[in-house]
Design a protein around this ligand. Structure first.
Ligand code: AMP
Ligand code: MG
Length: 409
């Protein structure tokens, strides 16, 4: 039996980072970038108004209010045709290029319409619509200057970055329709157990519905990985061998059930028969003592205990980090936060116990409220939790600082 930390270390050591592949932009979200990305242009590509208002020369605003003639109107997407000269301005919308000659955009709230007759300009301008500037904004204040975010040729994203929506947007803004990422692993999910029936079946005597295939598929999807279900294997050597042999063709096989020491827990034997190397099969933790980890070439196999809560806990603590390591995450260990116990609790036995809890914020600290459940089969209770607390055996009074693993991250 090994400690959970040691188990995680073994898992991470044996999880290979996968090769780089090129994917279209929509598939990049959640993946790790496998190449540095440079900008193909200055961003912004031109001096751009950050406000709806009027592009003016600040020299014209020495005395306020100031009446100016509006020489043109510039919605976003248009190019200015007329430079701004003394006494004139252009109406400008957010995102439009600032015309030559203008050094300031006065926001529309600081102006009011002025009649053409009041415009003290040349004959030609006096025919134009006028505007009265009531307040000045600082020169350049409302202008995003060409190249101020990034210069053409500059690196905008380094290899190794996890791509999230802002990075995906950034890739689009520098013209990357395709991008090299670390390949995501292919995953197969196999439930085992003669008692299991499908979701659409009303369980007969002694039967229960297969829960774990669905929760594991959902866990994988949240991890950014598409998993394939291999259905339910019966507790026979032949059936298990057939399904597991298919499963180990994938980068990762997740088996639920059949890994403890019961007479029908045949998964370890089948794995050995198929030449899969088992690295550990019991971990000093609760739930999840019978958690198995094995490798087959570069492929990984996890045997998670069948109780629905244990399966999800095992996924979170061991499978998710493995998937992230394969996908190129620099720091794939499950994130933890320090929390304070709201109510004292006692942990019996001799194993690190992962206790379902709800985290809430109190000022600067996270406070953890233990969620009472009826054990590792109780998905009803567990579904109310949003974190796991790692507690050693013993008494933990209210106020104790504990390590919490937020779930769903
Ligand atoms: P096992 O790990 O196979 O000994 O199973 C432990 C417990 O989990 C038993 O009560 C099983 O019926 C239950 N179990 C195993 N697999 C599943 C599954 N896929 N969905 C729901 N419960 C399961
Ligand atoms: Mg079983």
């Amino acid at each position: 039996m090994i400690e959970p930390q040691e188990a995680l270390q073994i898992v991470l050591e044996k999880s290979p980072q996968l090769e780089a592949v090129e994917v279209p932009l929509p598939e990049a979200d959640g993946a790790v970038l496998a190449e540095p990305v440079v900008s193909d242009s200055d961003l912004p590509p031109f001096d751009k108004s950050a406000m709806d208002g009027y592009a003016v020369r600040s020299a014209d605003l020495a005395r306020l209010p100031a009446d100016l003639a509006v020489v043109e109107s510039l919605p976003a997407g248009t190019a200015p045709t007329r430079p701004i000269q003394g006494g004139t301005c252009a109406k400008i919308m957010t995102g439009a290029p600032v015309p030559e000659g203008a050094d300031t955009v006065v926001r529309v709230e600081h102006t009011e319409p002025a009649g053409a007759g009041r415009v003290p300009c040349s004959e030609r301008h006096s025919l134009l619509q006028g505007v009265r500037i009531l307040r000045s904004d600082l020169p350049r204040r409302n202008i995003c200057v060409r190249g101020e975010d990034v210069r053409k040729g500059e690196t905008v994203l380094e290899a190794g970055r996890v791509l999230r929506p802002p990075e995906v947007g950034l890739l689009a803004s520098v013209g990357r329709e395709r991008v090299r990422i670390v390949r995501r692993p292919t995953v197969a999910v196999l439930a085992t157990g003669d008692e299991l029936v499908s979701v659409s079946t009303v369980p007969g005597p002694g039967q229960i519905r297969d829960t774990n295939s669905w929760s594991l598929l959902a866990c994988c999807r949240r991890a950014g990985v598409e998993a394939e279900s291999l259905g339910v294997a019966r507790d026979t050597l032949d059936h298990l061998r057939d399904r597991i042999a298919r499963g180990i063709e994938r980068d990762v096989l997740l088996v639920s059930g059949g890994v403890s020491v019961g007479e029908w827990d045949l998964v370890p034997k089948v794995l050995r028969d198929l030449g899969v190397a088992i690295h550990f099969a019991t971990v000093r933790m609760k739930p999840g003592k019978p958690t198995l980890f094995a490798t087959h070439g570069r492929g990984l196999v996890f045997g998670l205990p069948g109780n629905p809560v244990s399966t999800i806990v095992g996924f979170h603590l061991f499978v998710l980090p493995a998937l992230r390591r394969m996908m190129g995450w620099v720091d794939p260990a499950p994130p933890t936060v320090a929390a304070t116990l709201a109510v004292g609790t006692e942990v019996r036995g001799n194993r690190t116990t992962f206790v379902p809890a709800v985290l809430r914020r109190e000022g600067e600290t996270w406070v953890a409220e233990v969620v009472e459940t009826r054990g590792s089969a109780d998905l009803v209770g567990f579904s109310r939790a949003d974190a796991l607390l790692a507690l050693e055996p013993g008494t933990h009074p209210a106020g104790t600082r504990v390590k919490a693993y937020p779930l769903g991250v």
